[in-house]
Design a protein around this ligand. Structure first.
Ligand code: CMC
Length: 392
């Protein structure tokens, strides 16, 4: 009751207090738990960053070993859950497969669903961190018709995921340290981003005291959209589209500026960053290096660079403060690593998982948490009398 303020897209409305991630969009600053993203990307690992986001502090060696070991022991999927993958059509997009399997975890682990029982929350945390890479790899294997591989728990989280994705049962998988390091770093860069669409979804669903699996399954579905995590797939499809129509960047930019058919420059623009996206700055630096070593698609990289250069010198983009975001170059790297376009958003989900978990846990512990229930401004018909069907 009282004054209701209309704020479509929550541009000016804070939904919670949070101590996890700090962003200064004008200065291009991103910090997890106070640590600059540049330092974490350079020196940390994805598992360590997951610990930091979820528990609030960098782990000691003993804490990290314990955390790593716990995750390692929960990577297997229940054989019955494995059979879920058989039911999806062969050409199913892996994102809804991912969210469905995560939703199904609620049915397999009914002993860890109480959001206010600390040991149960801990169990769900470990299960999710351990099983999502396995689920993601199976979603991929299903789409290419190859046999599933059981996790090899002598490997680290990222290596294990790569092996389950690209390995074959009868062949030993050769771990490529360049690929592993690059993917680990990309996961760090995606690990949290405060109240973005999917994280806000996780919080909104969780605010009804829904369990962690249900809440995060909803977050995965929110991430699927092309304006959010789906942008990395959309960027690559855009680059391929430009290439297939002759590689003319100017024509494409003109279409974007005229807002023809709602065409956007995918991978550009951000709600919060109005100067540059610090994640994009790091990724651009590593893109050249990684593509150089793994051998990327030079034609598409060339188009991306020409597109960026063209946009950054154009009034349309300058006036609106539109810069490359995290998704602009990631697709090219994922592609060089051998992932099909449809897996790109799944990789984003794997990276974002610790952030979702951290926010869900923070919210459950926050005494100020109330069920999420936005207000509205009603613009429909005023009161009127029911009209019998034969009189309409
Ligand atoms: N291409 C062309 N025009 C754009 C773009 C773009 N990528 N982004 C924004 N604009 C224009 C927009 O049309 C508007 O122009 P006008 O004032 O003439 O109506 C102006 O810039 C302001 O944009 P907005 O839509 O009000 O900004 P927003 O904060 O609501 O949207 C965004 C942010 C990221 C959804 C948007 O920039 C966008 O759609 N970008 C393309 C999709 C994308 O790359 N998403 C990934 C975001 S980063 C990772 C993630 O969150 O998943």
């Amino acid at each position: 009751t009282g004054m209701v303020t209309l704020d479509p897209g929550f541009v000016n409305t804070a939904s919670c207090s949070s101590g996890i991630t700090y962003i200064d969009g004008d200065a291009g600053i991103l910090r997890y738990r106070g640590y600059p993203i540049e330092q974490l990307a350079e020196s940390s690992t994805f598992v360590e960053v997951s610990y930091l986001l979820i528990y609030g502090e960098l782990p000691t060696q003993a804490q990290l070993d314990d955390f790593t070991d716990k995750i390692r022991r929960h990577t297997l999927l229940h054989e019955d859950l494995k059979r879920f993958f058989d039911g999806f059509p062969r050409d199913a997009h892996p994102m809804p497969v991912l969210s469905s399997a995560v939703s199904a975890l609620s049915t397999f682990y009914q002993d860890s669903l109480n959001p206010f029982d600390d040991p149960q929350v801990e169990m769900s945390t470990i299960r999710l961190l351990a099983k999502l890479p396995t689920i993601a790899a199976y979603a991929y294997k299903k789409s290419v018709g190859q046999p599933f591989l059981y996790p090899d728990n002598s490997l680290g989280l990222v290596e294990n995921f790569l092996r389950m994705t690209f390995g074959f049962p009868a062949e030993p998988y050769k771990v490529d340290p360049i690929l592993t390091k690059a993917l680990d770093q990309l996961f760090i860069l995606h690990a949290d981003h405060e109240q973005n669409c999917s994280t806000s979804t996780v919080r909104l669903v969780g605010s009804s005291q829904a369990n962690m699996f249900a809440s995060i399954s909803a977050g995965i579905n929110a991430l699927f959209g092309p304006l959010h995590g789906g942008a990395n797939q959309a960027v690559l499809e855009m680059l391929e589209g430009i290439r297939d129509s002759g590689g003319d960047v100017d024509t494409f930019v003109r279409k974007v500026k005229n807002k023809e058919d709602g065409v956007k420059l995918m991978g550009f623009g951000h709600r919060v960053y109005k100067n540059y996206d610090p994640r994009a700055a790091i990724i651009k630096k590593t893109a050249d290096e990684v593509l150089g070593k793994l051998g990327g698609d030079d034609q598409l990289l060339g188009i991306a660079k020409a597109l960026e250069e063209r946009a950054l010198s154009d009034d349309y983009f300058v006036e609106r403060k539109l810069y490359p975001n995290v998704d602009f170059y990631t697709g090219l790297i994922y592609r060089a690593m051998g992932f099909p376009t449809r897996m790109f958003t799944v990789l984003f989900a794997l990276g974002r998982l610790p952030g979702w978990i951290a926010h869900w846990r923070e919210m459950m512990k926050d005494p100020a948490t109330k069920i999420g229930r936005p207000r509205q401004v009603y613009v429909g018909s005023p009161e009127r009398d029911y009209v019998a069907i034969n009189e309409r």
